[in-house]
Design a protein around this ligand. Sequence first.
Ligand code: ADP
Length: 486
Amino acid sequence: MQAGNTDLLRNACLIGGDWLPAQGDKVFAVHNPANNELLAQLPDCGEVETRQAITAAALAWPAWRQRTAHERGALLKRWHALILAATDDLAALITAECGKPLAEARAEVAYGASFVEWFAEEGKRAYGETIPSPQPARRLLTLRQPVGVCAVITPWNFPLAMITRKLAPALAAGCVVVAKPAEQTPLTALALAVLAERAGIPAGVINVVTGSAASAAVIGQTLCDDPRVRKLSFTGSTEVGRRLMAQCAPSIKKLSLELGGNAPFIVFDDADLDAAVEGALLAKFRNAGQTCVCANRLYVQQGIHDRFVARLAERVQAFKLGDGAAPDTAIGPLIDAAALSKVEALVADAVAAGARVLSGGQRRAEGGNFYLPTVLTGMTAAMRIAREEIFGPVAPVFRFADEAEAVALANDSEYGLAAYVYTRDLNRALRVAEALETGMVGINTGIISNEVAPFGGIKQSGIGREGSRHGLDEYLEIKYLCIDAG
Ligand code: ADP
């Protein structure tokens, strides 16, 4: 199916319930990264539209927060049902604008929708507490109340799930949002907003401001500067996250940041080899390696190293590279030419310093934003890949001798999002998981994310958690009531 065949496609931004088309030449184009086809022309919003969206959200807030959590939950459940019912159209849109294979796009719809269902329920459990008082005449209790207008800025690698993972808890908590989707993938976000409207979520509760890469900084600055915006939730690069955090400092906004990762994937000699290879393929090559929890450094112990890399290279060579819309594609394109150049530069740096290419190692000969799935061995800590997020289908394998070395290498990073450990020794699994400086650890699995578990990082990978019961806290403030009952 073509992305253009759906009634969910919008060439407009959404402010206060009004779909506003582009004004004059203030437009930007969205392209399919697999073939460069033009998908849509959208409003290139700036400061004025962003302020209008904040105003619309602020106006919608009082009525939305007054609703009971049950009422908000019922609307979210209707949204959830509509998202699932539109799986085919949404998956086609995701594949068209982000490039991932259709099967992965469908999985993203289910994954993204699961947050809406989860928080529809979880909103009803925004419990306060009563606190035993140190003074006889006093009664102490807490309420948990919505933060208010939230700004939400999302990346292109999960065009649907990054939106729902933020909007669902925000709405469930009684907040309203101004969302700024990535310039590469705004169409899925707009389609979600269409479905939210159909579900009966009131005008102004969700506003979507679209903009080009050049306008992102202006929209971001406007959201950060405006004191009516009480919170910013951002997923994207550490570099932009750092900048947004600084911009939020003057108005002391609440922050949730999901930033870059540099996940270590550690395979010990006693691991189940088949399971470790399978896990590595999933953790590394999903979405062509373009997820923030993708394995970035594969540390393999010397006793299993050669068997592991031989098996991995064999499987990687069998991957079918191509347009995500084709039925047998396993690996789609990278998001754009800049991403392709970055992957190329990282591999060139490693090869120049002595890395060996076991498969791939270059862009596709037929052109486009495609990089061949790659396995590198002989990696060292001095290479750029040891420190930088690859965001491409490249599996670099480092050899290590013992547990202490593996943990030290794994922790030698400014990032701390996800890590993976393969071993059959339970004590070692727990010891290593406890020693790793990351927010999440997969033990004998390469896939860890779901709506019931807390997703997030430490160090320069971010602040806060998404999903799980903790995900709701990000959109609530605690108010303490001290009552003199004497
Ligand atoms: P990625 O490398 O994944 O593209 P970015 O951090 O560049 O990550 O982008 C993530 C999101 O942040 C996108 O929606 C993008 O438009 C937005 N963005 C980029 N630069 C800025 C900025 N200076 N201020 C606010 N948002 C920005």
